[in-house]
Design a protein around this ligand. Sequence first.
Ligand code: ZN
Length: 395
Amino acid sequence: MYLIKNTTVYSPEFVGKKDILLGGTKILAIANDLGTFSSLNSTEHPLQIIDGSKFLAIPGLVDNHLHPTGGGGEGGYTTRTPEMHLSEITTAGVTTVIGTLGTDGTSRTMTNLIAKIKALKEEGISAWCYSGNYHLPIRTLTGNITDDLILIEEVIGAGEIALSDHRSSQPTRDEVARLAAQTRVGGMLSGKAGTINIHMGDGPAMLAMLEDIVATTEIPRTQFSPTHMSRNPDLFKAGIQWAKQGGYVDFTSCTVKQFLDEGELRCSTSLKILLDEGVSLDRITFSSDAGGSLPTFDSKGELSGMVVGTCHSMLHEVRLSVQKQGIDLATALAPVTANPADRLKLKSKGHLATGFDGDLVLLNRDTLEVDTVFAMSKLMVQSGKPVVKGLFEKA
Ligand code: ZN
């Protein structure tokens, strides 16, 4: 058990100075003064006390779109990115992940993704996945997305389905509507969100097909989670209208200078504009897209290589929201904690409160960098360094 004394709590709302007791897999108590619980301090289960006064305590981040089995591959076989290791995730303050495949649904398979999700859970974090990849007809585990949702614990929705993109399967409106209907029913029957995670590309159609589906069927706008929504200014504008009508919009934190030069907006910039436009904060989520490939360019603009996106980009955007955009920390944290957890019906995630899972990050008060991470009340990261690693990570 761990007792964090005298720390400033953002739940993500600002709560103030509190003590936090972590034990089992849960947050056992958050209160003004929990003493030192000397009666609990047995040799069998020693109580470790942490001075939290130098830190801000925030919920473990929920990354609702990343590629833990690797992604990429769009430049040929050698550009397939490697599997992610546990500590790449935990050192970024992320304690819950939702994995997805991408363009490649042939050499990347749902069976492999499920195995990786199970491995991450065994290693100590919380993990789910979307079923499918960019393309329709959807390739699921059971052959049917409704059955996947009802029968497979790890499956939380469908995706990432590509729309308005040259790499999509160019699905018809009816194909997407039918998938959405099946995913919605599967979600209802399994008590899951049944979200349809939509990869939005750079094409001119943008959200037109989704707007048509929600206007002409009974499927609610909230069933869809379009992501990469700030990849160009026109898509971003369409997203503002989508969100003003009550839809969710997700923004990708991994980026490179070239994308930004070409018009992509950072998550932090997007958040500022959306709030100024009057979009409700609870509609907005950030995800990393970690594990996917990103091109790098030399000073002459020539392709010089590929890098792999990381989960660390999520908190980087939170810091930029606070430090560059003047957004208060509680607001900046919502898109990476409470919002994705609530949107995906992860009932014990995304908030710091008694009875929630022991997913907690201590940030340095001044730099907002990760110092300590607990996942399910287990210490994963200390002084910014992993104390738990995946089996095949370097010592
Ligand atoms: Zn994508």
